[in-house]
Design a protein around this ligand. Structure first.
Ligand SMILES: Cc1cc2nc3c(=O)[nH]c(=O)nc-3n(C[C@H](O)[C@H](O)[C@H](O)COP(=O)(O)OP(=O)(O)OC[C@H]3O[C@@H](n4cnc5c(N)ncnc54)[C@H](O)[C@@H]3O)c2cc1C
Ligand code: FES
Ligand code: FES
Length: 1335
């Protein structure tokens, strides 16, 4: 390798401060640099792959050519610091701070309740802020577009979008679009039949500080001077292992490319970066011509447009928009096709980083642009020291054929895209798991040229992405069709030919083989229709139009800005103004979330001597460990130790959970050992060097079916029964039997599991900081692992960045693992799971196989139900038995079935152990009930809603486990939901729509819900609090619940404020820890606010009683005076509060008990539109009516309902975990596991809190943390309704199984048609599929 000069200084600005890095290392990324070097921890790590937006920052650069400053969002996790020379970076800390001034973006996101756990909030702030820097008065569409690359797992996005909309030119916040009324005009309105006052304002816009775009920080003048410096020279940054060179002249670039032909050209780094990070690619030299003027230009001629390779995809988008606005339509068909895909390709951050040159050269097989560029006959302009040349961007180039490739010393200067012509059609087609920010499942670029004035094919091109290792061209098919007329016969031949030419083998990587085969021809059909329509427009007399019923097949679903209305009961006007209970109080940490000042565990400053931990996990599902060879790992620099089972001083296996694998592994992803090193990079590098030799063991059980074959269970059967089921089956009109498969779900909390374990000098004490829902459990496991009493272990939880059940049991195991490492090394251990490890190790929601046998009368009355549940528990007990108990207890949902039996068992398999997840079995289990109701409806020629109505509980009665309840609020929610959503009228309208549209179908479904709160075991429902009043009158509240984003601490402050009759500002809540409140139960089961509220109330009432005599003596005194006087009278100003818990019980032998303190009722109704050709769906509208009794904080409760609904909707539709038949989880990050983004939420999203009584709970409230999850199934059943309409029209069977999730694949393959009939099918016994379902 030619020698290089010494390292240059890297100069850039961060938040207006100059950074001079003398030892810039090309392997260091901006996210790491910000967090660990500059200690700017507002920017968060969540995925590291550019897919979540948590690390969004703004980069600003000065363009000396245009003399303009360009601001754009980037994901800091993919930005090498060396690429930042001359740039200004703005992080959330630079936007605003509590210490100085908060920015309107931060203020409004907080006040609109757009933050819950707050982990995504800095990224959200940066996306909106960057948009405002470029467009101070954005349109609502721009807001939605700007947020497309930011994931939030808590809020459901609606309030985030709404906060952004407050910056739009006109007040677009009005949510009653088209109704002629404005929601803002009606702060209070009579809504229900009971004439209750309902409010719709969750925040007050008048409180917002005005936004003045002129007040933003200026771009550093020094950077302008640097950019304009005529004597700029090449820069070289030499790191430990790699060198980064930034040429500033074209000749220099060409020289470097000759000297280092293998060195990648780094532009956006969105292709190279992930390959280095996740595929272990290594490059000793990087060449980065970012800013090289010759790569940035647009040159428009009469024939086409040439676009510089350095243009980002966002700039390409702007350039094409301009050209489209200038040129006649016929010339711009290729540009239109590109623009369509540019809107949904990744998120705004990636589109601003990725470049045209990088996209074209990296040629990902899923590329959205290359198939269109190829179909549009684009060419690539190359340059090297040898000179310039052009190569076609054609099939051979895309298939990486060596003779069509660029040479290693060549650089792409630009891409030329010719204009389309009159008898020429170009289209881009695409389907992905979600509408935006998801790689295509299959995409295509197609073009056809006709002989002038005819429909005779002169030239045809078809390129497909995601059907093989590269984008492929169907060139033979196209060749054979030349000269043919554009008619149905041609289409039919084309489908046959293309299926012959593009063969996806049955075991192809990525799976979905039959679906992808179907898409190949479905997309072709869409293109065929588009062209026929185009021909008709050109000459209607010569070319007949397509049938009217087919028109809707032409367009993809538009991306709309969501809107909606939220209704809740108004506070009693007589309530004292200082009492915050019932008001939509902002989350107590909201402003800190949005300024990035809320401290999460990994934001805590480094501790002296701390070590980082990396895990080595099993690669086998069931195997004997023959050898663990750690020598190579230990020899690496920075490595301090490798920790294995041998190092566990106490129990390594506790309550069936194994901390470090010993002798045997029982799942892929089980922790075998950990490596402790001075940096995470060193620890990770060493972890890769640990060599483990396995010997596979039998059996290897992955699926529920396999577990049933092997009789492999984690616990005994749980059963409830009423009536005489067998007898009842004899007297019914009809019996149906069926199976429902519900796959699992990943929690995808934005903050991965993170633990800081600090061994203390004295008495074997261990301090742990971690985000958990169950500190007592952590304490217990750490005590067991270290063999010390629990009083030596202190757990601290300030907040968790989302949890959803995933931080109930797993932090205990991970806490034990890290505590053992801390104990062995004697040094603090920082253990931050990477997203991939987190998804692999911690597992999630249990997949379910549900079987049913239902006996019913022809009028829809269900007389008997026999249900069996089997869940995939994974390799250890975790919470599986409890999940099954809950599932069985809640199995009847809202329906009274006189003869009812439900049995369930958790299966033991060789998968990572599944665990608690919001709804705790209910969201899976109840799908079975709704599925058989739907099947009964179909058999009785009734609608599912009619069958639900017929069988729903109507009067006070007893559940199948014999608990008495009054279903009045359930009926109210159900009836109001149907009525207020105009369900019947919209159902009729959907039927009309379906009659007129063959390839798109609408469906509606409403689901009722009877959900439970709390635990059947009474002692789990207890809680404690500790309240101190200090002499200045300020109050410190501690309690046993953990803040996970659900607003628990906010509600507790509201409770304390009411009870002590002091303003909220007097009350502080710092953290949850085991030293102040001991033996806390888990914060789960929707009961956090219920039980802790009672404990806080109890403490406050004790204090208030103690103060009573003082107050009586001086009734006009102030709080501060009373406190001072009480102190002088030696009255204790500190007390614990306690709530014994709801007195629940369950006798499993009898199958009966008062298992739950109360029920939460609700109903939701959703309407979807389905694209039968691709399987895509669009959620048009959702209405939720939730029985909140009296809401302590409507903003928090509505936030929980919306967030849970969106999480549920994701679970039932797009979130799909993929496992290999060997039990390896493939989906380990946002690239291959899709949670909903802002584009998935309902276009219209209305939530109403229904008022009822619940005297048992604090202030007659109800726990609403989980209930919304199941309501997401209304989307699943709406999809079912739409698919049923398609199947009816095609004469297919009435009853069919639509399992969960209803992915695009499932929808498409259930809408059977001529295309699904045409594809080749494989004999399942002849191949091993790439992935399997585990339910
Ligand atoms: C989170 C995420 C989501 C994504 N989603 C999508 C999606 O939905 N659809 C889609 O199509 N793509 C998607 N992508 C891929 C993205 O489009 C490509 O990674 C990107 O276009 C590559 O451009 P870049 O500038 O970042 O390339 P870089 O990573 O900088 O470089 C990539 C390669 O191109 C070479 N190269 C770059 N410029 C030149 C040049 N001028 N001359 C010669 N060689 C050059 C480099 O040597 C390197 O080998 C996604 C990527 C990420 C990270
Ligand atoms: S952490 Fe950077 S995008 Fe997820
Ligand atoms: S608030 Fe968005 S991830 Fe928690």
């Amino acid at each position: 390798m030619p020698s290089l000069s010494n390292s240059d200084e890297l100069i850039f600005f961060v938040n207006g401060r100059k950074v001079i890095e003398k030892n810039a290392d090309p392997e260091v990324y901006l996210l790491f640099y910000l967090r660990k070097i500059l200690h700017l921890t507002g920017t968060k790590y969540s995925c590291g792959s550019g897919g979540c937006g948590a690390c969004t920052v703004m980069v600003s650069r000065y363009d000396p050519k245009t003399k303009k400053i360009h601001h754009y969002p980037v994901t800091a996790c993919l930005v090498p610091i060396c690429s930042l020379h001359g740039a200004a970076v703005t992080t959330v800390e630079g936007v605003g701070s509590i210490k100085t001034r908060i920015h309107p973006v931060q203020e409004r996101l907080a006040k609109c309740h757009g933050t819950q756990c707050g982990f995504c909030s800095p990224g959200m702030v940066m996306s909106i802020y960057t948009l405002l820097r470029n467009h101070p008065e954005p349109t609502p569409e721009q807001i939605t577009e700007a947020l497309g690359g930011n994931l939030c797992r808590c809020t459901g996005y609606r309030p985030i979008v709404e906060s952004g909309k407050t910056f739009c030119a006109e007040s677009t916040v009005c949510q009653m679009k088209g109704s002629g009324k404005c929601c803002m005009d009606q702060e209070e309105k009579s809504f229900t039949s009971r004439q209750e006052k309902m409010c719709t304002k969750l925040y007050n816009e008048d409180e917002f500080q005005p936004f003045d775009p002129t007040q933003e920080p200026i771009f550093p003048p020094e950077l302008i001077r640097m950019a304009e410096d005529p004597n700029k020279r090449r820069l070289t940054f030499r790191g430990k292992r790699t060198t980064w060179i930034t040429p500033v002249k074209l000749n220099d670039l060409l020289e470097l490319k000759t000297s280092f032909p293998e060195a990648p050209i780094i532009m956006g780094n969105t292709a190279v970066g992930p390959s280095i990070k996740f595929r272990d690619e290594f490059h000793p030299v990087f060449i980065s011509p970012l800013g090289l003027q010759e790569l940035y230009f647009v040159d428009s001629t009469d024939d086409g447009v040439t676009i510089g390779a350095g243009y980002s995809l966002a700039q390409l988008n702007d350039a094409l928009r301009f050209i489209v606005s200038e040129q006649p339509k016929e010339k711009t068909k290729t540009y239109h096709a590109l623009l369509k895909h540019l809107r949904t390709l990744a998120g705004a951050q990636i589109r601003n980083m990725a470049t045209l040159g990088g996209h074209v050269v990296s040629r990902p097989n899923y590329s959205d642009l290359n198939p269109i560029l190829a179909a549009g006959n684009a060419t690539i302009n190359l340059i090297s020291k040898e000179g310039k040349r052009q190569i076609p961007l054609d099939g051979r180039f895309l298939e990486k054929s060596p003779e069509a490739n660029l040479k290693s010393e060549e650089t792409v200067l630009s891409v030329y895209i010719p204009h389309s012509t009159q008898w020429h059609f170009v289209s881009g087609l695409r389907i992905a798991q979600r509408q935006e920010n998801a790689f295509a499942i299959v995409n295509a670029g197609m073009s056809v040229k006709f002989e002038d004035g005819t429909d005779t094919i002169k030239e045809l091109q078809m390129f497909y992405g995601s059907v093989g290792p590269t984008v492929v061209s169907a060139s033979k098919t196209c060749q054979q069709l030349i000269g043919r007329k554009w008619n149905d016969q041609m289409l039919s031949d084309a489908c046959r030919l293309v299926l012959d030419e593009i063969y996806i083998p049955p075991d192809a990587e990525g799976g979905m083989v039959e679906y992808r085969r179907t898409l190949i021809i479905s997309l072709l059909f869409k293109f065929y229709l588009k062209v026929r329509r185009g021909l008709n427009k050109m000459d209607p007399h010569k070319f007949p139009d397509i049938p009217e019923k087919f028109v809707s097949a032409l367009e993809d679903f538009p991306i709309e800005t969501p809107q909606g209305i939220q209704m809740f009961q108004c506070v009693d006007p007589h309530q004292p103004p200082q009492d915050p209970v019932g008001h939509p109080v902002m989350h107590q940490s909201a402003i800190k979330h949005t300024t990035g000042e809320a401290v999460f565990v990994d934001d805590m400053p480094p501790i002296s001597q701390e070590l980082f931990l990396a895990v080595v996990t099993s690669t086998r599902a069931h195997a004997k460990i023959i050898l663990i060879d750690t020598s190579a790992a230990l020899a690496l620099p920075g490595v301090v130790d490798v920790i294995t089972a041998e190092d566990v001083p106490g129990d390594n296996s506790y309550q069936g959970e194994i901390f470090y694998a010993q002798n045997e592994v029982i799942c892929v992803g089980q922790i075998v050992c950990t490596v402790a090193a001075d940096t995470y990079a060193h620890a990770k590098e060493a972890a890769k060097k640990v060599r483990i030799v396995y010997e596979d063991l039998e059996p290897r059980i992955i699926t529920i079916e396999q577990a049933l074959e092997h009789n492999s269970f984690l616990s005994a059967e749980k059963k409830i029964e009423q009536g005489d089921v067998e007898q009842a089956f004899k007297y019914v009109d009809q019996i149906i039997e069926g199976k429902v498969h519900v796959e699992g779900q990943e929690h995808f909390y934005m903050e991965t599991q993170t633990i800081l374990a600090i061994p203390q000098e004295e008495d074997k004490e261990m301090v742990l900081h971690l985000g958990t829902q169950f500190q007592t459990h952590v304490q217990e496991y750490v005590a067991a692992a270290l063999n010390i009493p629990r009083n030596r272990i202190a757990c601290h939880t300030k907040r968790a960045g989302g949890a959803f059940g995933g931080k109930v049991s797993k932090p205990a195991l991970l806490g034990a693992v890290s505590a053992v490492a801390a104990k062995k090394t004697g040094r603090p251990i920082r253990f931050i799971l990477e997203r991939g490890d987190d998804m692999l190790i911690t597992a999630g929601r249990h997949p379910l196989l549900g079987k049913y046998k239902i006996g019913f009368m022809n009028n829809g009355v269900i007389k008997a139900a026999d249900i069996e549940y089997y869940i995939n528990g994974g390799c250890s007990p975790d919470e599986s038995e409890l999940v099954m108990e809950f599932m069985v207890l809640r199995s009847e949902n809202a329906y009274y079935i006189p003869n009812f039996r439900c049995r369930g068992r958790p299966c033991k398999t060789n998968l990572p152990s599944n665990t608690a997840f919001r709804g705790f079995g209910f969201p899976q289990g109840i799908v079975v009930g709704e599925a058989y109701i739907t099947a009964v409806a179909s058999q009785c020629d009734l609608t599912p809603e009619q069958v639900k109505e017929i069988n729903m509980y109507k009067r006070t009665g007893r559940t199948a486990h014999k608990q008495t309840f009054n279903p009045e609020p359930l009926r109210r929610c159900w009836e109001e939901c149907l009525e207020k959503s105009s369900f019947s009228a919209r159902k009729l309208a959907a039927e009309e729509f379906n009659k007129k549209n063959y390839w798109k179908k609408r469906g509606l479904a409403a689901v009722p819900m009877k959900f439970t709160v709390g635990m059947p075991t009474a002692f789990y429902n207890q809680a404690a609090a500790l309240v101190h009043i200090y002499l200045d009158g300020s109050v410190l509240v501690s309690h046993s619940g953990c803040e996970l984003g659900q607003g628990l601490h906010t509600k507790m402050i509201q409770v304390a404020s009411r009870e002590l009759n002091i303003p909220e500002s007097y009350i502080h809540l710092s953290e949850t820890n085991t030293t102040t409140v001991s033996n806390a139960t888990f914060t789960a089961g929707s009961m956090g606010a219920d039980i802790n509220g009672k404990a806080v109330q109890n403490a406050c009432q004790i204090l208030k009683a103690r103060l009573e005599p003082v107050i009586r003596k001086n009734p006009r005194g102030t709080w501060e005076v009373w406190i001072s006087e009480a102190y002088k009278e030696s009255i204790s100003l500190s007390t614990t509060g306690y709530f014994k818990g709801y007195q629940t019980n369950m006798d499993w032998k009898k199958g009966e008990g008062n298992a739950f303190p109360y029920f939460v009722y609700g109903a939701s109704c959703s309407e979807v539109e389905v694209d039968c050709l691709t399987g895509a769906h669009k959620l048009l509208r959702t209405d939720i009516f939730m029985d909140a009794a009296f809401s302590i904080n409507p903003a928090v409760d509505i936030g929980q309902i919306e967030g849970a609904f969106v999480q549920g909707m994701g679970f039932y539709t797009i979130e799909e975990l993929k496992y290999s038949p060997e039990g390896v989880l493939y989906s380990r990050g946002p690239d291959d596991y899709k949670i909903p983004t802002v584009t998935e939420i309902p276009e219209e999203f209305n939530v109403t809190l229904v008022h009822s009584q619940n005297p048992i709970a604090i202030y007659s409230s109800k726990g609403l943390g989980e209930a919304g999850m199941f309501l997401g199934s209304s989307v699943l059943f709406a999809i079912y309704d739409a698919v049923a309409a398609a199947r009816r029209e095609r004469g297919l069977t009435k009853t069919f199984t639509l399992s969960s999730p209803a992915t695009p694949e499932l929808i498409r393959m259930t809408c059977v048609d001529q295309f699904t009939d045409m594809i080749p099918r494989d004999d399942p016994s002849t191949f091993t599929p790439w992935s399997i379902h585990v339910s």
